[in-house]
Design a protein around this ligand. Structure first.
Ligand code: SF4
Length: 374
Protein backbone atom coordinates (compact mmCIF):
# COMPACT_ATOMS: atom_id res chain seq x y z
CA UNK A 1 0.00 0.00 0.00
CA UNK A 2 1.15 3.55 -0.62
CA UNK A 3 -0.25 7.02 0.02
CA UNK A 4 1.80 8.72 -2.74
CA UNK A 5 0.92 8.66 -6.43
CA UNK A 6 2.61 10.13 -9.50
CA UNK A 7 0.81 10.34 -12.85
CA UNK A 8 2.72 11.07 -16.04
CA UNK A 9 0.96 12.96 -18.85
CA UNK A 10 3.53 13.09 -21.65
CA UNK A 11 2.07 15.59 -24.15
CA UNK A 12 3.74 18.88 -25.06
CA UNK A 13 2.93 21.59 -27.59
CA UNK A 14 6.55 21.61 -28.75
CA UNK A 15 9.74 20.04 -27.44
CA UNK A 16 11.95 22.47 -25.53
CA UNK A 17 15.51 22.46 -26.84
CA UNK A 18 17.02 21.12 -23.60
CA UNK A 19 14.33 18.53 -22.84
CA UNK A 20 15.13 14.84 -22.44
CA UNK A 21 11.96 13.97 -20.51
CA UNK A 22 9.42 11.55 -21.89
CA UNK A 23 7.21 13.89 -23.91
CA UNK A 24 5.56 13.66 -27.33
CA UNK A 25 3.69 16.16 -29.52
CA UNK A 26 0.05 16.57 -28.50
CA UNK A 27 -2.60 14.87 -30.59
CA UNK A 28 -6.22 14.76 -29.47
CA UNK A 29 -6.70 11.18 -30.66
CA UNK A 30 -3.64 9.92 -28.84
CA UNK A 31 -4.49 11.91 -25.68
CA UNK A 32 -7.92 10.29 -25.74
CA UNK A 33 -6.46 6.77 -25.87
CA UNK A 34 -3.91 7.70 -23.25
CA UNK A 35 -6.49 8.87 -20.70
CA UNK A 36 -8.39 5.60 -21.15
CA UNK A 37 -5.15 3.69 -20.58
CA UNK A 38 -4.26 5.70 -17.46
CA UNK A 39 -7.74 5.11 -16.01
CA UNK A 40 -7.40 1.37 -16.71
CA UNK A 41 -4.02 1.30 -14.99
CA UNK A 42 -5.47 3.18 -11.99
CA UNK A 43 -8.32 0.72 -11.65
CA UNK A 44 -5.93 -2.27 -11.97
CA UNK A 45 -3.70 -0.83 -9.25
CA UNK A 46 -6.59 0.22 -7.04
CA UNK A 47 -5.61 -2.15 -4.21
CA UNK A 48 -2.22 -0.46 -3.97
CA UNK A 49 -3.58 2.90 -2.85
CA UNK A 50 -4.57 3.96 0.59
CA UNK A 51 -6.01 7.41 1.21
CA UNK A 52 -3.49 9.58 -0.65
CA UNK A 53 -1.29 12.07 1.15
CA UNK A 54 0.13 13.33 -2.14
CA UNK A 55 -0.84 13.15 -5.79
CA UNK A 56 1.57 14.68 -8.30
CA UNK A 57 0.52 15.06 -11.94
CA UNK A 58 3.56 15.80 -14.06
CA UNK A 59 4.71 15.63 -17.64
CA UNK A 60 4.99 16.65 -20.28
CA UNK A 61 2.48 19.44 -20.02
CA UNK A 62 -0.57 18.24 -18.06
CA UNK A 63 -2.40 21.51 -18.73
CA UNK A 64 -2.40 20.61 -22.43
CA UNK A 65 -4.62 17.57 -21.92
CA UNK A 66 -7.81 19.65 -22.10
CA UNK A 67 -10.41 20.18 -19.42
CA UNK A 68 -12.80 17.44 -20.44
CA UNK A 69 -10.07 14.77 -20.24
CA UNK A 70 -8.79 16.16 -16.95
CA UNK A 71 -12.31 15.95 -15.52
CA UNK A 72 -12.49 12.28 -16.55
CA UNK A 73 -9.10 11.60 -15.06
CA UNK A 74 -10.12 13.13 -11.74
CA UNK A 75 -13.38 11.19 -11.70
CA UNK A 76 -11.34 8.05 -12.11
CA UNK A 77 -8.87 9.16 -9.41
CA UNK A 78 -11.71 9.72 -6.95
CA UNK A 79 -13.06 6.23 -7.69
CA UNK A 80 -9.72 4.50 -7.23
CA UNK A 81 -7.43 6.40 -4.88
CA UNK A 82 -9.14 7.98 -1.94
CA UNK A 83 -8.52 11.69 -2.53
CA UNK A 84 -9.35 13.85 0.47
CA UNK A 85 -9.26 17.58 1.22
CA UNK A 86 -5.91 16.89 2.93
CA UNK A 87 -4.32 15.33 -0.15
CA UNK A 88 -1.65 17.61 -1.61
CA UNK A 89 -2.61 17.60 -5.30
CA UNK A 90 0.07 19.14 -7.49
CA UNK A 91 -0.30 19.70 -11.20
CA UNK A 92 2.50 20.92 -13.45
CA UNK A 93 1.52 23.85 -15.64
CA UNK A 94 3.21 25.49 -18.59
CA UNK A 95 2.52 29.25 -18.71
CA UNK A 96 1.84 28.98 -22.44
CA UNK A 97 -1.12 26.63 -21.90
CA UNK A 98 -3.23 28.06 -19.08
CA UNK A 99 -6.26 30.36 -19.00
CA UNK A 100 -8.41 31.71 -16.17
CA UNK A 101 -11.16 29.25 -17.08
CA UNK A 102 -8.83 26.27 -16.97
CA UNK A 103 -7.30 27.42 -13.65
CA UNK A 104 -10.77 27.90 -12.11
CA UNK A 105 -11.73 24.43 -13.28
CA UNK A 106 -8.54 22.89 -11.87
CA UNK A 107 -9.32 24.45 -8.49
CA UNK A 108 -12.80 22.97 -8.54
CA UNK A 109 -11.36 19.55 -9.43
CA UNK A 110 -9.38 19.74 -6.17
CA UNK A 111 -5.92 20.70 -7.47
CA UNK A 112 -4.41 22.69 -4.60
CA UNK A 113 -0.80 23.13 -5.70
CA UNK A 114 0.46 24.37 -9.07
CA UNK A 115 4.00 23.87 -10.23
CA UNK A 116 4.61 26.41 -12.98
CA UNK A 117 7.54 25.95 -15.37
CA UNK A 118 8.74 29.54 -15.71
CA UNK A 119 12.51 28.86 -16.09
CA UNK A 120 13.42 32.52 -16.67
CA UNK A 121 11.90 35.98 -16.77
CA UNK A 122 14.22 36.99 -19.65
CA UNK A 123 12.72 36.57 -23.11
CA UNK A 124 16.12 36.01 -24.73
CA UNK A 125 16.82 33.11 -22.33
CA UNK A 126 13.38 31.58 -22.88
CA UNK A 127 14.11 31.66 -26.60
CA UNK A 128 17.45 29.88 -26.13
CA UNK A 129 15.62 27.19 -24.14
CA UNK A 130 12.93 26.88 -26.83
CA UNK A 131 10.08 27.54 -24.38
CA UNK A 132 6.65 28.24 -25.90
CA UNK A 133 5.92 31.25 -23.64
CA UNK A 134 7.48 34.62 -22.92
CA UNK A 135 8.12 36.24 -19.56
CA UNK A 136 4.95 38.39 -19.63
CA UNK A 137 2.84 35.27 -20.21
CA UNK A 138 4.57 33.58 -17.26
CA UNK A 139 3.85 36.52 -14.95
CA UNK A 140 0.26 36.61 -16.19
CA UNK A 141 -0.22 32.86 -15.59
CA UNK A 142 1.00 33.25 -11.99
CA UNK A 143 -1.31 36.22 -11.35
CA UNK A 144 -4.24 34.32 -12.87
CA UNK A 145 -3.48 31.27 -10.74
CA UNK A 146 -3.54 33.44 -7.59
CA UNK A 147 -6.79 35.04 -8.74
CA UNK A 148 -8.29 31.56 -9.23
CA UNK A 149 -7.59 30.81 -5.57
CA UNK A 150 -4.30 28.90 -5.74
CA UNK A 151 -2.47 29.74 -2.54
CA UNK A 152 0.29 27.16 -3.02
CA UNK A 153 2.27 27.94 -6.17
CA UNK A 154 5.72 26.67 -7.02
CA UNK A 155 7.92 28.17 -9.75
CA UNK A 156 10.67 26.31 -11.59
CA UNK A 157 13.64 28.50 -12.49
CA UNK A 158 16.86 27.67 -14.26
CA UNK A 159 20.41 29.01 -14.05
CA UNK A 160 23.44 28.32 -16.21
CA UNK A 161 21.52 29.15 -19.41
CA UNK A 162 23.63 30.20 -22.43
CA UNK A 163 23.75 34.00 -22.49
CA UNK A 164 22.59 34.31 -18.87
CA UNK A 165 24.45 36.84 -16.74
CA UNK A 166 24.49 37.39 -13.00
CA UNK A 167 22.42 40.53 -13.56
CA UNK A 168 19.76 38.66 -15.55
CA UNK A 169 19.64 35.85 -12.96
CA UNK A 170 19.21 38.38 -10.16
CA UNK A 171 16.40 39.99 -12.11
CA UNK A 172 14.69 36.61 -12.70
CA UNK A 173 14.88 35.75 -9.00
CA UNK A 174 13.61 39.13 -7.94
CA UNK A 175 10.66 39.02 -10.40
CA UNK A 176 9.86 35.50 -9.18
CA UNK A 177 9.82 36.55 -5.53
CA UNK A 178 7.74 39.66 -6.27
CA UNK A 179 4.97 37.38 -7.61
CA UNK A 180 4.66 35.71 -4.19
CA UNK A 181 5.06 31.96 -4.84
CA UNK A 182 5.22 29.66 -1.81
CA UNK A 183 7.93 27.48 -3.33
CA UNK A 184 10.80 27.96 -5.78
CA UNK A 185 12.89 25.27 -7.47
CA UNK A 186 16.16 26.53 -8.94
CA UNK A 187 17.86 23.98 -11.21
CA UNK A 188 21.16 24.22 -13.00
CA UNK A 189 20.75 23.62 -16.72
CA UNK A 190 22.51 20.36 -17.53
CA UNK A 191 22.61 19.85 -21.30
CA UNK A 192 21.80 16.20 -21.99
CA UNK A 193 23.18 14.39 -25.04
CA UNK A 194 20.60 13.83 -27.77
CA UNK A 195 19.02 17.24 -27.17
CA UNK A 196 19.21 20.04 -29.79
CA UNK A 197 20.74 22.31 -27.13
CA UNK A 198 23.60 19.86 -26.62
CA UNK A 199 24.23 19.92 -30.39
CA UNK A 200 24.29 23.73 -30.45
CA UNK A 201 26.76 23.78 -27.56
CA UNK A 202 28.96 21.12 -29.16
CA UNK A 203 29.06 22.98 -32.47
CA UNK A 204 29.99 26.23 -30.73
CA UNK A 205 26.78 27.98 -31.78
CA UNK A 206 26.04 28.60 -28.11
CA UNK A 207 28.16 28.47 -24.98
CA UNK A 208 27.39 27.96 -21.33
CA UNK A 209 28.29 30.60 -18.74
CA UNK A 210 31.66 29.97 -17.04
CA UNK A 211 31.40 27.34 -14.30
CA UNK A 212 32.53 29.82 -11.60
CA UNK A 213 29.70 32.13 -12.62
CA UNK A 214 27.24 29.22 -12.46
CA UNK A 215 28.40 28.41 -8.91
CA UNK A 216 28.01 32.08 -7.98
CA UNK A 217 24.48 32.07 -9.40
CA UNK A 218 23.61 29.12 -7.17
CA UNK A 219 25.19 30.82 -4.15
CA UNK A 220 23.28 34.01 -4.89
CA UNK A 221 19.98 32.09 -5.09
CA UNK A 222 20.63 30.51 -1.67
CA UNK A 223 21.30 33.91 -0.07
CA UNK A 224 18.61 35.86 -1.88
CA UNK A 225 15.82 33.34 -1.35
CA UNK A 226 16.84 32.88 2.29
CA UNK A 227 16.65 36.64 2.83
CA UNK A 228 13.14 36.61 1.34
CA UNK A 229 11.80 33.94 3.69
CA UNK A 230 12.29 30.81 1.58
CA UNK A 231 13.89 27.99 3.56
CA UNK A 232 16.51 26.08 1.59
CA UNK A 233 15.33 22.53 2.31
CA UNK A 234 16.87 20.58 -0.55
CA UNK A 235 19.80 21.18 -2.91
CA UNK A 236 17.56 22.85 -5.52
CA UNK A 237 14.41 23.64 -3.54
CA UNK A 238 13.26 26.53 -1.39
CA UNK A 239 9.94 26.93 0.42
CA UNK A 240 7.98 29.14 2.73
CA UNK A 241 7.63 27.36 6.10
CA UNK A 242 5.25 24.41 5.79
CA UNK A 243 5.13 24.62 1.98
CA UNK A 244 7.82 22.05 1.23
CA UNK A 245 6.71 19.71 -1.56
CA UNK A 246 5.25 16.60 0.10
CA UNK A 247 5.70 14.51 -3.03
CA UNK A 248 9.42 15.23 -3.34
CA UNK A 249 10.12 14.91 0.38
CA UNK A 250 8.62 11.43 0.27
CA UNK A 251 10.92 10.58 -2.63
CA UNK A 252 14.07 11.84 -0.88
CA UNK A 253 13.00 9.95 2.26
CA UNK A 254 12.66 6.76 0.18
CA UNK A 255 8.99 6.49 1.00
CA UNK A 256 6.80 4.22 -1.10
CA UNK A 257 5.08 5.70 -4.15
CA UNK A 258 3.14 4.40 -7.12
CA UNK A 259 3.67 5.68 -10.65
CA UNK A 260 0.99 5.56 -13.33
CA UNK A 261 1.42 6.48 -16.98
CA UNK A 262 4.04 5.82 -19.66
CA UNK A 263 7.57 5.68 -18.25
CA UNK A 264 6.36 6.16 -14.65
CA UNK A 265 8.37 4.54 -11.87
CA UNK A 266 7.02 2.97 -8.69
CA UNK A 267 8.69 1.99 -5.42
CA UNK A 268 6.50 -0.15 -3.21
CA UNK A 269 7.62 -2.55 -0.45
CA UNK A 270 11.28 -2.18 -1.45
CA UNK A 271 10.64 -3.15 -5.09
CA UNK A 272 11.19 -0.72 -7.94
CA UNK A 273 9.07 -1.05 -11.06
CA UNK A 274 9.10 0.81 -14.38
CA UNK A 275 6.28 1.29 -16.85
CA UNK A 276 7.02 1.01 -20.55
CA UNK A 277 8.10 4.37 -21.92
CA UNK A 278 6.87 3.41 -25.40
CA UNK A 279 3.54 5.23 -25.61
CA UNK A 280 1.98 2.90 -28.20
CA UNK A 281 3.03 -0.16 -26.22
CA UNK A 282 1.73 1.37 -22.99
CA UNK A 283 -1.69 2.11 -24.53
CA UNK A 284 -1.93 -1.27 -26.27
CA UNK A 285 -1.03 -3.37 -23.23
CA UNK A 286 -3.61 -1.61 -21.10
CA UNK A 287 -6.21 -2.04 -23.83
CA UNK A 288 -5.85 -5.78 -23.07
CA UNK A 289 -5.73 -5.07 -19.30
CA UNK A 290 -2.05 -6.06 -18.99
CA UNK A 291 0.15 -3.86 -16.80
CA UNK A 292 3.01 -2.59 -19.01
CA UNK A 293 5.35 -2.78 -16.07
CA UNK A 294 8.72 -4.38 -15.33
CA UNK A 295 9.79 -5.10 -11.78
CA UNK A 296 13.33 -5.08 -10.52
CA UNK A 297 14.65 -7.36 -7.82
CA UNK A 298 14.41 -6.05 -4.27
CA UNK A 299 17.44 -3.93 -3.40
CA UNK A 300 20.18 -5.44 -1.29
CA UNK A 301 20.86 -3.83 2.06
CA UNK A 302 23.97 -2.09 0.64
CA UNK A 303 22.02 -0.73 -2.36
CA UNK A 304 19.27 0.55 -0.06
CA UNK A 305 21.83 2.26 2.21
CA UNK A 306 23.45 3.86 -0.82
CA UNK A 307 20.08 5.27 -1.89
CA UNK A 308 19.38 6.52 1.64
CA UNK A 309 22.64 8.47 1.52
CA UNK A 310 22.46 10.00 -1.93
CA UNK A 311 18.78 10.90 -1.63
CA UNK A 312 18.82 11.87 2.06
CA UNK A 313 21.84 14.13 1.78
CA UNK A 314 20.00 16.16 -0.84
CA UNK A 315 17.89 17.51 2.01
CA UNK A 316 19.57 20.27 4.01
CA UNK A 317 18.39 18.50 7.16
CA UNK A 318 20.58 15.56 6.09
CA UNK A 319 20.47 11.94 7.23
CA UNK A 320 19.92 10.45 10.66
CA UNK A 321 23.19 8.71 11.45
CA UNK A 322 21.60 6.48 14.08
CA UNK A 323 19.07 5.10 11.59
CA UNK A 324 19.12 1.26 11.57
CA UNK A 325 19.82 1.49 7.82
CA UNK A 326 23.39 2.55 8.59
CA UNK A 327 24.00 0.25 11.56
CA UNK A 328 26.58 -1.92 9.80
CA UNK A 329 28.46 1.09 8.39
CA UNK A 330 30.91 3.37 10.16
CA UNK A 331 29.27 6.49 8.86
CA UNK A 332 30.99 8.99 11.11
CA UNK A 333 34.40 7.49 10.36
CA UNK A 334 33.76 7.50 6.60
CA UNK A 335 32.65 11.14 6.77
CA UNK A 336 35.56 12.34 8.94
CA UNK A 337 37.74 13.76 6.10
CA UNK A 338 34.77 15.57 4.58
CA UNK A 339 33.79 16.90 8.01
CA UNK A 340 37.32 18.20 8.57
CA UNK A 341 37.37 19.90 5.16
CA UNK A 342 34.05 21.60 5.92
CA UNK A 343 31.95 19.85 3.26
CA UNK A 344 29.77 18.04 5.80
CA UNK A 345 28.58 18.92 9.28
CA UNK A 346 26.80 17.19 12.12
CA UNK A 347 23.93 18.60 14.11
CA UNK A 348 22.83 16.28 16.90
CA UNK A 349 22.47 12.90 15.22
CA UNK A 350 22.11 14.33 11.72
CA UNK A 351 24.83 14.49 9.06
CA UNK A 352 24.31 17.10 6.35
CA UNK A 353 26.03 19.13 3.65
CA UNK A 354 27.48 22.50 4.63
CA UNK A 355 27.03 25.53 2.42
CA UNK A 356 30.44 24.69 0.94
CA UNK A 357 29.38 21.08 0.42
CA UNK A 358 26.05 21.98 -1.22
CA UNK A 359 27.85 23.70 -4.08
CA UNK A 360 29.81 20.53 -4.90
CA UNK A 361 27.26 18.02 -3.62
CA UNK A 362 27.89 15.37 -6.29
CA UNK A 363 31.57 15.22 -5.43
CA UNK A 364 30.93 15.11 -1.67
CA UNK A 365 28.24 12.43 -1.81
CA UNK A 366 30.31 10.38 -4.27
CA UNK A 367 33.34 10.55 -1.99
CA UNK A 368 31.31 9.52 1.07
CA UNK A 369 29.86 6.54 -0.79
CA UNK A 370 33.38 5.54 -1.94
CA UNK A 371 34.63 5.71 1.64
CA UNK A 372 31.77 3.44 2.69
CA UNK A 373 32.50 1.04 -0.16
CA UNK A 374 28.98 1.56 -1.52
S1 SF4 B 1 7.42 21.64 -21.39
FE1 SF4 B 1 8.69 20.34 -20.05
S2 SF4 B 1 8.33 18.23 -20.72
FE2 SF4 B 1 7.53 19.59 -22.34
S3 SF4 B 1 9.23 19.75 -23.78
FE3 SF4 B 1 9.43 21.49 -22.37
S4 SF4 B 1 10.79 20.74 -20.73
FE4 SF4 B 1 10.09 18.95 -21.88
Amino acid sequence: MTDALYIHLPFCARKCLYCDFLSVPFSAARAEQYVVAVCTELSMKKKLFESLSTLYIGGGTPTLLGLERLVRLFRCLRDTCGLSPDTEITLEANPGTVSSDLLDALRSLGVNRLSIGVQSFQDSELKVLGRIHNSAEAACAIAEASASGFSNISLDLMYGIPGQTMASWKDTLSQAVSLGPTHISAYELTPEKETPLFGMLSSGKLSLPHEDLVLDMYGFAIDFLGEHGYRHYEISNFARPGRECRHNLNYWDRGDYAGVGAGAHSFVNGIRAYNSSDLEHYIEELHFRCLPQKEEQALTRAEASREHIFLGLRKTEGILMTSPVFSVFHLHEAASGLLEKGYLKTCGEYLSLTRRGLVVSNMVIGKLLDNLGL
